[in-house]
Write a protein that binds this ligand. Structure first.
Ligand code: ATP
Length: 435
């Protein structure tokens, strides 16, 4: 399939089936902004909970945090964002396209011209005002990253949890950037969610932790079903690194529009805590309980995007195949990510006994697994609908079910059907969906 076509198909499927809609569409839309529909919100929540489980609950050395989106404006002076969080923008002299200087590679991607205006710095933070007066004293920003909420709470977490190095703080939440260049679907949005970890360690252990986090984060995408051939790690060149960073590597995915960053893992040294200590006047050093030594820990930061991960999972799962002379579109999403685990489909909706039986099965299963009930079309169409949104199993109730108390379970990927007793459905789902 042509790569451009693939992206078009995914955008169309997302809209048609309720994964992702253009923002404020009835008003003509809002550039680089998107809303998640009924299936999209389930998928995105599953991505976030898989991340939280792997990085917080399943580890001994991590805790979570949920800091505010709006922070004290000094935060952004200390972090360097007020000064340095800029894109350098140029205009193509021929077609007038406004482009990021680091994206043009010598010629305009729109018209091929090599003539550009001088670069101008454009700060990406979204400003706002707090309180009744819209003057400079009330100005602050919507956070452009979640990380700073972790740094400013470093002392709180240490004081309230007695954590010892090495340990990390994880956070998932919204971030905002005034992106003005066109994004590829949700890949570059103005409002997006990040999943970030700040992992604090002694300086001498930082290189090792950095390597470990690169491997751990790479493996997370594979464990959730991304094909390894579509993932790579790209270490940053020396001149790409921030002045304080000792190393940075991106996990990249082979999107239809090219290899692009899903997540960055950086060794940020002790820069951030030192900056906040200096700007706030609060001593943010860590104290070793055994030696009583006080020092600034190093920080390794795996910083990923929920929306970019969700898009990569969608692209990787998208599959078309010919079945009986017709094209079947199926999202082969990992079972942990599939928005719906089971669709309950009665074969004869006119038969009230079948409908009652099907609805009772749903009532029972939905306590443990996300289910839908659908009787609004013929069975072939119902299956196609569920395949398109990645529903893991379809469970049908038919006339025979009334007598033999058995139902048919159809597997999304193989389309194999299996007849099992109604009272074994839960056991079947527990065995096949939970491991
Ligand atoms: P890019 O160079 O693509 O703009 P970045 O290097 O500025 O990205 P970071 O500041 O490292 O991105 O942010 C960490 C992660 O947050 C990224 O890897 C990405 O997954 C996510 N992210 C950043 N900006 C956006 C955005 N505008 N839309 C969606 N996700 C984003």
């Amino acid at each position: 399939m042509m790569k451009e076509k693939l992206m078009e198909k995914i955008v169309a499927l997302c809209k048609r089936r309720g994964f992702i809609y253009p923002s404020s569409e009835i008003y003509g839309g809002l550039a680089n902004s998107w809303d998640y529909g009924p299936y999209g919100v389930e998928l995105k929540n599953n991505v976030k909970s898989a991340w939280w489980k792997a990085n917080v609950h399943n580890r001994e050395d991590m805790v979570g945090l949920d800091a505010g989106i709006i922070m004290h404006p000094r935060t952004w002076d200390a972090s360097g964002h007020t000064q340095n969080f800029n894109d350098i923008l140029v205009d193509c002299k021929k077609c007038k396209a406004r482009l990021r200087e680091d994206h043009i590679h010598g010629k305009c991607p729109k018209c091929g011209s090599k003539e550009f205006t001088e670069g101008r710095a454009f700060n990406l933070m979204l400003a706002t005002h707090l309180g009744a007066m819209a003057d400079t004293s009330s100005k602050t920003y919507f956070r452009p990253e979640t990380a700073q909420g972790i740094f400013v709470n470093f002392k709180n977490v240490i004081d309230s949890t007695s954590r010892k190095l090495p340990f990390g703080i994880a956070q998932i939440g919204k971030s905002f950037r005034n992106e003005i260049t066109a994004g590829n679907f949700t890949f570059r949005s103005r409002e997006f969610e990040q999943m970030e970890i700040e992992y604090f360690t002694k300086a001498e252990d930082a290189d090792r932790c950095y390597q470990q986090w690169i491997e751990t984060r790479f493996q997370w995408y594979i464990d959730l079903g991304i094909k390894e051939a579509n993932l790579r790690i790209r270490p940053h060149a020396e001149d790409e690194l921030a002045h304080y960073a000792k190393g940075c590597s991106d996990v990249e995915y082979a999107f239809p529009f090219g290899w692009s960053e899903l997540e960055g893992i950086a060794n940020r040294t002790d820069y951030d805590l030192k900056q906040h200590a200096e700007f706030s006047g609060v001593d943010l050093r860590y104290q070793d309980k055994v030696t009583n030594e006080r020092f600034y820990p190093y920080v390794v930061e795996p910083s990923g995007g929920v929306d970019r991960a969700t898009l990569a999972f969608l692209v990787d799962a998208y599959h078309e195949e010919e079945v009986n002379g017709k094209i079947r579109t199926v999202l082969r999403l990992n079972k942990k990510l599939a928005p719906v685990k089971v669709a309950i489909l009665p074969l004869l909706k006119k038969n009230s006994d079948i409908v009652t039986m099907a609805k009772n099965i749903k009532k029972d299963i939905q306590k443990d697994f996300v289910c839908v009930y659908d009787d609004t079309a013929a069975i072939g169409k119902l299956y196609r609908r569920q395949d398109e949104v990645g529903t893991f199993y379809c469970l049908t109730v038919d006339v025979d079910s009334l007598g033999d108390k058995q139902v048919t379970i159809r597997d999304r990927d193989s389309m194999q059907q299996e007849r099992i007793p109604m009272d074994r459905v839960k056991e079947f789902l527990n065995t096949n969906l939970r491991n």
